[in-house]
Design a protein. Structure first.
Length: 278
């Protein structure tokens, strides 16, 4: 029965990890009484919190569960981990970014400065687009009344739960949820910056960097296959390596990297675009 809940069996593992992590967060929130223990634990939790960004991202493109109700329930802990509320991903990322990443003037997270078209630095990109994220979500939502209604409904429900956590134990709520959520939004934009910054916006094949490092694609659930993801955004994350294989010879070689931290370029033949998840 558990298997039949999912659209794709491969989603059982990331879902189990995220829900297990949420239970650990709740246990720490309810049981830890010492600041000297709470703060180091919260810092330790940031690693799994970072993974929630990639899992949330994949979920917004291909919903995890067959049941809409289960998807909405699942999105609440993902919000309390990633800082991105239900339907905000769809509005900002799917409708906003994916439709307009080749049109920087319309992209809700642009890497070009609107004043002169020059490229932002990493920190400038992170802070400006982090602060603009929810205003952009609200602006985009106005054009999609049904999504707007769903966004606000889930935003109120999710934040009511967060508010209850804050009222019951303000200190632990701030340490284990509020501060990590804010940091994850910054982390999301920091992780997004190398995907497109400074690249051509003339065509899809030259507008994204790809990271073939095996550990990167384990931790981000194949987010490194970024050109294929943008060309087929509705494709499940487990199928991206195969699509990348089909188009890799058309991608400029300098846009296929094999370094976890995006710092060192490798020749195409040195990359291993296979995936332990495929």
């Amino acid at each position: 029965m558990f298997k039949s809940l999912f659209h794709h069996p491969a989603d059982r593992l990331p879902t189990a990890i995220m829900l297990g992590f949420f239970l650990i967060q709740l246990a720490a929130y309810f049981l830890v009484e010492s600041l000297w223990l709470a703060i180091p634990l919260a810092i330790l939790f940031l690693t799994l919190g970072s993974m929630s960004i990639a899992v949330s991202h994949n979920h917004c493109h291909c919903e995890t569960f067959k049941s809409p109700l289960l998807n909405r329930i699942y999105e609440v802990p993902l919000y309390l981990q990633s800082g991105v509320s239900p339907f905000a991903w769809i509005l900002h990322h799917v409708i906003g970014h994916h439709r307009h990443y080749l049109e920087q003037e319309n992209d809700p997270s642009p890497w070009k400065r609107p004043s002169d078209g020059s490229a932002m630095g990493r920190w400038e990109y992170m802070w400006k687009n982090s602060l603009a994220m929810y205003p952009e979500v609200i602006k985009i939502a106005k054009h999609f009344p049904d999504l707007q209604r769903k966004f606000w409904l889930m935003f109120v429900i999710s934040n009511a739960i967060l508010a209850a956590l804050i009222v019951y134990n303000p200190v632990n709520a701030i340490i284990f949820f509020v501060v990590p959520m804010l940091l994850m939004i910054l982390n999301l934009l920091d992780a997004t910056y190398p995907h497109h910054s400074g690249l051509s916006v003339e065509d899809e094949l030259s507008a994204s960097r790809n990271n073939m490092h095996w550990l990167f694609n384990i931790f981000t659930w194949n987010l490194g296959y970024h050109t294929a993801h943008h060309m087929w955004p509705e494709l499940h994350w487990t199928l991206l390596p195969a699509k990348h294989e089909e188009i890799k010879d058309k991608i400029p070689p300098e846009l296929i990297l094999n370094n976890y931290f995006w710092k060192e370029n490798k020749r195409v033949e040195e990359c291993t675009p296979s995936s332990v998840y495929s």
